[in-house]
Design a protein around this ligand. Sequence first.
Ligand code: HDE
Length: 720
Amino acid sequence: MSEQDRVDEQSKDRSLENYRVAPGAKLTTDEGHPISNTDDSLKAGGRGPTLLEDFHFQQKLSAFDRERIPERVVHARGAGAHGYFQPYESMAELTKAKFLGDPSTKTPVFVRFSIVVGSRGAADAVRDVRGFAVKFYTEDGNYDIVGNNMPVFFIQDAIKFPDLVHAIKPEPDNEMPQASSAHPSFWDFISLIPESMHMIMWLLSDRALPRNFSTMQGFGVHTFRWVNAEGKSHFVKYHWKPLAGVHSNVFDEAQKIAGKDPDFQRRTLWESIDKGIFPEYELGVQIIAEEDELNFDFDILDSTKIIPEELVPVRPIGKMVLNRNPDNFFAETEQVAYQPSNVVPGIDFSDDPLLQGRLMSYHDTQLHRLGSPNFVHLPINRPVCPFSNNNQDGRMQMDIKTSRVNYSPNSLGDNLPAPVAEADGGFVTFPERVEGHKIRERSPSFGEHFSQATLFWNSLSTGEKDRLVEAAHFELGKVPQVEVKQRMLDRFNKVDGELAKRVALGLGMPAPTEPATPNHGQKSAALSQENTTKTAKGRMVAILAADGVDGAQIAMLKHTLSAMHVGSEIVSKFGNMIKSADGGEIAVDKTFLTTASVLYDAVYVPGGAASIEALKAHGEALNFIHEAYKHFKPIAASGEGMDLLMQSDLKGIDLSQKNGKVSDELGVVTSRDASDMAAFATAFIDAIKEHRFWLRPVPGTASVEAKAMALNPPASAVSA
Ligand code: HDE
């Protein structure tokens, strides 16, 4: 292929088909009138006024004027994907839900991932809770699990939700800050709501900075109910576990991603599906017998509590695969309407007061957002099974009903549509026995707020703890009011005394004088992300290169990477092509200007003396490697590539003595002697599987500061 052909090939838009409508499509009005000119409005003379009779102009502009619908009050920014769910085995023993009853059933799903606080145009990578909403299109109607990426919530009763959301959203006078909880009103509210403390630990942790949607867990949060064909009920909690492992960004990286590519998470979701690397999640359940409802030292109806996996193990029951991107963002991702009240026979609710409130709020919000009860029949919300009832008319009725019978009972239409008896599969609410006085109060069983926050803290690794403390320094550091910070320090002191001291240190405040609540010392392994699946699949590697690069080394590494479903891109100073040392040509995917280190999971520097000399001259290449190192990412270099690493300030790693075939020190994989590229590639893949190397002594990170503090604690860190 000639150079010109290559340039043409590269500049050709590979997704051109996506720009085309139906073959031979002709321009018409919405009513189908053929239109001869859509570029000039109808005027009285070339320089005259526009005429009112221009129906095409009117329709085009008035349709445009109405293109926006109210964004979601929360979870406004999201990204969707289609896929399917398939159970591993029949769950019929526990639920009569048909989509869980047969391992050969593949149920179509539409998933929407979201951030909570930011508006529709916010950046993806911000510190926030993520929504994880799944709509199953089952043969018994739609079932929605509208969950989050954290297993608990801030509040116990839905009546507090507007207060929480007002407090966390931008402040009302100046609408700042966007997509951030780091402002006074949020921390003021939180410092007055002790039940939020467990969730706050999750929000300050790495969980609030997921790397991608494909590497975050999902949780149903509430306790739900499953009912089997015999009418026996069990309580159930849902867990989505990503098969790509659970991974997060570090805060510095997340902030940079928010600027370099605000669409990072929706882009990686889209691109990985496009490339056939489908995000996969295992659905797991914790099953609790009805008789055990009251046998825990917390209330299973309290959404600020988890059920530790040591008490009730998570049983994997099936797999969800996301394998198709939406065709149209508005029609699908924006108009999809999830409702926790969408359940199928075999699934029911618990009395969790947070869930009970949601059962009303989502339907109400869809009526407002989408404007009519007929939102249910928009293509993305429409059930795939037949549906019929006597609901009538309303804005945008999408069906033309032909029967004159629109009431029940009726004799003229054989009393159809006929109610379905329970024995024939009709939904019947579980006949839970309920009694009580009408009171506005909270059960005493909802009264303990700190022990699971402590459990979470105890379960984190040293690095995870460091980053949580750093997050608290940042968040509370944005709060000028000393009394708010003081109240938060008192709360942290109820979680763990050391935690309170470390947070106080960063705020420059005295540690609480009250004795800390004694730490119960319990841990739960499932709460740390470090115990996650290790895989390289789906990761993206930047290959830094310039003219004179060793093309054979690149080819060899790329071969191994793609065999492991790891993507790679050539990053260089200028676009288009570079020449390899042997005279070949290599296409450049991105330049140092159009991409950044934070957008990759790992970096590779191939050999080639001229390439390395050129890269050394660009501060961008050194900065690229330095950032990857600072963000604990795998870095590899072969041959002369090592010389670039040696200039990149990789603190704590001495490469000068490494002259052999393969060495791996804290995720820096090198091979000065590049004769065994296969072994080198394998070592690099192993490093990529780890995702991050937290033990690197990176200056400026809390772990290094914590060590310094342990040696020489400043006076303010010591409680009186
Ligand atoms: Fe939501 N929530 N929420 N929420 N929520 C909404 O519904 C609400 C809560 C969650 O991708 C809204 O369609 C109340 C917990 C997700 O379209 C609204 C309460 C959990 C999504 C609403 C909660 C969630 C929403 C806004 C307190 C995890 C996005 C737009 C009881 C289990 C769904 C909309 C999507 C969206 C109300 C708390 C998850 C206003 C009243 C707990 C994933 O109806």
